[in-house]
Design a protein around this ligand. Structure first.
Ligand SMILES: NC(=O)c1ccc[n+]([C@@H]2O[C@H](COP(=O)([O-])OP(=O)(O)OC[C@H]3O[C@@H](n4cnc5c(N)ncnc54)[C@H](OP(=O)(O)O)[C@@H]3O)[C@@H](O)[C@H]2O)c1
Length: 339
């Protein structure tokens, strides 16, 4: 079977301005360059699905401990699923499907270090490898395993519960025998958390005072908090944890910016007196576990024990707006850009 370029040039999305908070369209521009050519030890990937991730706000602004900020004028850092179409590396043959650091562009010149997953099982849709089998599903699974450690009878609060990470965390926690209370941003999403993903109860945090909503839905408190939002919601939720509770700090979606660092309510008293454990989780610290965990999640998918939703948009130019939308809750499931 022959593989090759389907276009005569490569369109790329470049970061041209440091976002002030949530990235917007004008922080990016599209350019058009020659197609990359494989050199010794490299291969060319044609991107099929670009991933849009909340973490890109951090990559475009301050950077993180695992990656420097994207340099202005260069391709926006992004994960993607693609196919090798030209190769000068014996381990990455033409036709191979991969998930990795291929950027917001049509074609990427890649090296082995850029690859997170070698996609072997093609009975599962390719897009799933960028979401439920990508960093989103892996984050849910590994953060629960490492920090949440759910046992039957626990009550867990899951924030961003209708989203790519939260929906998987919900289903895995429920399968472990937990009572799951989802937190999300609309009545429609709350209904989906219960009807599709199996939350026992779901709270629309925009509906009223969060303290009252939590008290009504968590009369006995909770044992685990899977938090991806931070800020005032986190403060309110910490106060409802039981003794020995575990907090997974997975994200900070509700915090508008980190410079200057925000201050607010203090929780040290609850942490101390309830012997709470508060652990930060970064999925890229656990890359060595990806292959095994991806296979486990793939088995659950095949058995019909894990469902997922995708919000797939068409065309490279849609990517920045899709990132803005995620921070406004205007997404239903894993956001991908199909090329
Ligand atoms: N630590 C890690 O390694 C790691 C890896 C992947 C993802 N994450 C984190 O996991 C979280 C979910 O990521 P995802 O990819 O699955 O995205 P997602 O949940 O599909 O989409 C993000 C969701 O965040 C919620 N949100 C946005 N702004 C908010 C605000 N101001 N206050 C409260 N909620 C807000 C929205 O849901 P509602 O409409 O329900 O508010 C939005 O749909 C993010 O915080 C992300 O950074 C962490």
């Amino acid at each position: 079977m022959a593989f090759g370029y389907e276009a005569s040039s490569n369109h790329r999305l470049l970061l041209v301005r440091r976002p002030a908070g949530v990235p917007v369209q004008d922080d990016f521009t599209v350019d058009e360059v020659e197609l990359p050519q494989a050199e010794e030890g490299t291969f060319v990937v044609r991107n099929l699905f670009l991933s849009v991730d909340p973490a890109q706000r951090g990559w475009a602004t301050t950077g993180t401990h695992y990656t420097a900020p994207v340099r202005l004028g260069t391709v926006m850092r992004a994960l993607a699923v693609g196919q090798v179409i030209a190769s000068r590396h014996s381990a990455f043959l033409e036709g191979t499907h991969l998930y990795g650091w291929f950027g917001w562009q049509e074609y990427a010149l890649a090296r082995p270090d850029d690859v997170l997953t070698l996609i072997e099982a093609l009975d599962i849709p390719l897009s799933a490898y960028a979401g439920v089998l990508g960093i989103n599903g892996l984050t849910a699974a590994l953060a629960l395993k490492r920090i949440g450690r759910p046992v039957a009878g626990d009550t867990i609060i899951v924030t961003t519960a209708a989203g790519a990470v939260g929906s998987v965390a919900t289903q895995l926690a429920r399968a472990a025998g937990c009572t799951v209370v989802g937190i999300t941003g609309s009545d429609e999403k709350a209904a989906r958390c219960i009807g599709r993903f199996g939350c026992h109860r779901a709270i629309n945090y925009r509906e009223g005072k969060i303290e009252l909503l939590l008290d009504a839905n968590l009369p006995g408190g909770a044992d685990i908090l899977f938090d991806s939002v931070g800020g005032q919601l986190l403060d309110a939720m910490i106060r409802r944890l039981r003794r020995g509770g575990r907090i997974i700090q997975c994200g900070t979606a509700s915090v508008p910016g980190w410079s200057p660092p925000p201050t607010g309510l203090r929780n040290e008293r609850e942490i101390l007196l309830k012997s709470l454990l508060w652990g930060g989780f970064v999925v890229f610290d656990h890359v060595s576990e990806f292959a095994v965990e991806t296979r486990r999640l793939a088995s659950l998918l095949r058995e019909g024990k894990l469902i997922y939703e995708e919000d797939i948009r068409q065309g490279l130019i849609k990517a920045p707006r899709a990132l803005t939308d995620i921070y406004a809750g205007r997404n239903s499931g894993k956001v991908l850009i199909a090329l």
